[in-house]
Design a protein around this ligand. Structure first.
Ligand code: SAM
Length: 503
């Protein structure tokens, strides 16, 4: 988001309450600089930016959580890393080891909000800077952006937000002399009552232009607006349970959905919830569970099923839990290990194979083959706000070509009379409906088994004229049971699934 420019004069357009002493900053950026107090020695990992450990007695409250939020935003926006991956790495880092769950949650919320609203927030900031910050000061740009998100979207008291952002700037390895600029720009936002609301224009502004235009072309403007709005929401915590969804919904104080998913209000550590340690459920979006439910309902329990592109194993677990003999195939050794650990916790088993689906050629065929192909994942922006920054329009065609090549080999694995479920979590027809049209045109030995409403709790409005499943983030499964006073979030991932039979 931070654009680059070779030469700069660091001056906010509106100096506001705090005048920036450019001369002092230029002549000796560190002169008269107060470093926030630290207590005790600073851990090695912290020296990178000089931030005190979260345990430090004199560390300003909330500072380390803000540092984590900025690290996450930098990871996505300047290092092009996936948000999930960055979260996992940050939570494992020694410098955040002592951070309490509540602060981790706050950091995650700030970073996710920043990523969701990065475009409109950046526009508000850019209008207050003479020139954009250079790449060298990317971290300062991320400090400004996360602070703006807290001020303009999260309604966190301005005093705390500004003071912590200024402290963070002073700790930064590059750009600590920009503390007054940061102070002035943020104070200006507050003084001028700048907000980033949820009006139609702002919602569109959050998306890259190509994504918005595609959704308008493929779904019409009103639905595109609904999708965009839903994509900005924090997703519910959805669980697939091994059995008895209504009882689990009651025990966990959530809702049971018609699709058999248990939906909870997100918050707190997942590991602390009842049933995690005992392996009674796993986290899986309601829509993401449907392709495996479809495969399982089509071939029945005890069938031989190949789960292709299987890690981290949500669909493998669902198939195994319904009694299928599952072979889970995954190209990445690391991700296959994660899948193994997940199955282990759940007390479920599957044959695990590390292989490339494009060439995997086992000696046998299967009753059902589930291909959850890699895709642009534009249906999962609620959970992965990095997608609106990291995906390019060219990825649609690139991934559609990969999907076609995986499908081409997957067909050989389906026994005659068996079933192939192809799915992606993309909203782009090239990765769904169009992929299937092209496939069926060149594979007369396959026919569509149209999905009927009611199957696996699927609603009529989620089914295309061809009989495919097409869920949108703006859809919500029917709630069949909900605890008293519980109001779970709406929405579901955007998914495409086709169910085919081999003749
Ligand atoms: C959408 S994710 C699958 C999610 C999984 N089915 C689940 O429900 O938990 C796609 C997976 O496909 C794997 N993958 C990508 N290309 C592959 C290939 N050519 N062969 C096998 N696995 C592949 C990726 O490593 C990734 O784990």
């Amino acid at each position: 988001m931070v654009t680059h420019c070779a030469r700069h004069r660091w001056r906010p357009r509106t100096l506001g309450l705090n005048r920036v002493n450019q001369k002092q900053s230029k002549a000796n950026p560190r002169r008269g600089k107060r470093r926030p107090a630290t207590s005790g020695p600073v851990a090695k990992a912290d020296q990178r930016i000089g931030v005190p450990k979260s345990t430090g007695k004199n560390t300003p409250p909330g500072l380390v959580a803000r540092e984590l939020a900025v690290d996450l935003v930098v990871a996505v926006l300047t290092q092009n890393r996936a948000f999930d991956e960055a979260l996992t790495a940050a939570f494992a880092a020694p410098r955040y080891a002592d951070l309490e769950a509540r602060d981790r949650g706050l950091a995650r919320q700030i970073a996710a909000t920043t990523l969701r609203y990065a475009r409109p927030l950046q526009a508000r900031l850019d209008s207050r800077l003479d020139k954009p910050l250079s790449a060298r000061y990317a971290r300062i740009g991320a400090i400004l952006l996360t602070a703006a998100a807290q001020l303009c979207r999260l309604a966190i008291p301005p005093h705390a937000v500004i003071s912590l952002a200024v402290d963070q700037t002073r700790y930064a390895r590059a750009g600590s002399h920009l503390d007054k600029l940061v102070n002035a720009v943020l104070r200006g936002l507050v003084r001028d009552g700048v907000s980033v609301s949820s009006d139609r224009e702002t919602i569109r502004e959050t998306l890259p232009g190509w994504m918005w235009l595609r959704w308008v072309k493929n779904y019409g403007e009103a639905t595109a607006q609904d999708i965009a709005e839903a994509s900005l929401q924090e997703a519910a915590l959805d669980l697939s349970v091994k059995s008895a969804p209504p009882q689990w919904a009651e025990r966990l104080n959530g809702a049971a959905l018609a699709t058999d998913t248990v939906r909870l209000v997100p918050g707190g550590r997942i590991e602390d919830l009842e049933g995690f340690a005992s392996g009674d459920w796993w986290v899986q979006d309601a829509a993401a569970a449907l392709p495996a439910r479809l495969a399982s309902l089509t071939v029945g329990p005890a069938a031989e099923v190949a789960d292709l592109c299987a890690a981290p194993g949500g669909k493998t677990a669902l198939l195994a839990a319904t009694g299928a003999r599952v072979t889970a195939v995954e190209i990445s050794a690391d991700r296959l290990q994660r899948l193994a650990a997940n199955l282990d916790r759940l007390g479920l088993s599957a044959e695990l194979v590390e292989a490339d689906i494009a060439t995997w050629n086992p000696a046998r065929q299967f009753d059902a083959v589930l291909l959850d192909a890699p895709c642009t994942a534009t249906g999962t922006i609620r959970r992965h706000p990095d997608i609106i920054h990291l995906k390019r329009e060219s990825d649609v065609a690139r991934l559609a070509t990969i999907q076609a090549s995986l499908l081409e080999n997957a067909v050989n694995l389906v026994r005659p009379g068996g079933c192939l479920v192809y799915c992606t979590c993309s909203l782009e027809p090239e990765e769904g409906e169009q992929q299937m049209s092209a496939f069926l045109a060149s594979h007369p030995e396959f026919e569509v088994m149209p999905i009927e409403p009611g199957l696996a709790g699927i609603e009529a409005s989620w089914i295309t004229p061809e009989g495919y499943l097409r869920t949108l983030p703006s859809f919500t499964p029917t709630i069949v049971a909900e605890g008293d006073g519980v109001s779970v979030p709406k929405g579901m991932d955007g998914f495409f699934a086709a169910r085919l039979r081999r003749l």
